[in-house]
Design a protein around this ligand. Structure first.
Ligand code: AP5
Ligand code: MG
Length: 215
């Protein structure tokens, strides 16, 4: 099974990807995480993409598709895409790539959350600097302030989670990523889920959608 999670910045893609990849044994691919790791490691790709992430703009499609193809070259597990594709060109690039491997996207799950909620969520998000576990200071805080419950490492505020860049990311989403909903509706594999509910309920609804629609 190959699955795409689609939705606003802060809609819960990363949170759901962590739950669902465990539940369905899928390989979780977050292009945002890949780029942040590359920036931290100061690789060539990290240097190239750093300015895009800090400004909240999209990394060019060609580079994103190259990174994805390199990651997937030897991967045989089912895939769970989080934050990719993000433009119609990326979606078409992924379709072409999958066609060459005799594969397809089985379901695109859209996490439906309103704009004001995601702005609030992103301002209070913290992420573990080591294992990348996602927290929220208001709704899912760590047991010990500033430290990850799972691995004890420090929690960090993402550089792009400041009010100006959050607004830019939402604008970029509306301009460049929202058209993907029509693209996937046209392909007949688009499933909206109410993303404002408790994360475990959202995950259960996604699991039900997959059970009922993916063979
Ligand atoms: P990326 O890392 O993908 O960021 P994003 O799309 O902006 O999404 P976020 O990671 O901010 O949110 P999320 O939906 O994962 O929500 P989360 O689960 O964390 O991309 C970052 C940048 O990289 C882009 O701006 C771009 O520059 C570049 N990039 C990445 N991919 C690219 C691509 N394909 N093409 C071009 N450029 C690309 O949850 C958010 C908060 O809400 C957390 O605090 C969480 O605890 C809380 N929360 C989650 N679920 C719930 C719930 N159900 N109820 C209440 N709170 C919840
Ligand atoms: Mg994320």
């Amino acid at each position: 099974m190959n699955l795409v999670l689609l939705g606003y910045p802060g809609s819960g893609k990363g949170t759901q990807a962590k739950i669902l990849s465990g539940k369905f044994s899928l390989f979780h691919i977050s292009t945002g995480d890949i780029f942040r790791e590359a920036i931290a490691a100061k690789t060539q790709i990290g240097v190239e993409v750093s300015g895009y992430l800090s400004a909240g703009r999209l990394v060019p499609d060609k580079l994103v598709l190259e990174v994805i193809k390199t990651r997937l070259a030897k991967e045989t597990r089912g895939l769970l895409f989080d934050g990719f594709p993000r433009t119609v060109d990326q979606a078409q690039g992924l379709d072409d790539y999958f066609a060459s491997r005799g594969q397809c996207i089985d379901a695109v799950v859209f996490l439906d959350v309103d704009e004001e909620s995601v702005v609030g969520r992103l301002g209070s998000r913290r992420t573990c600097s080591k294992c990348l576990k996602i927290y929220n200071l208001l709704t899912s805080p760590p047991a010990k302030e500033g430290l990850c419950d799972s691995c004890g490492a420090k929690l960090m505020l993402r550089e792009d989670d400041n009010p100006d860049v959050i607004r830019r990311r939402i604008g970029v989403y509306k301009d460049q990523t929202e058209p993907l909903a029509a693209y996937y509706k046209g392909l007949g594999n688009f499933y909206p889920v109410k993303g404002g509910q408790d994360p475990e309920i959202v995950a259960a609804e996604i699991a039900a959608v997959l059970k009922n629609n993916v063979k």
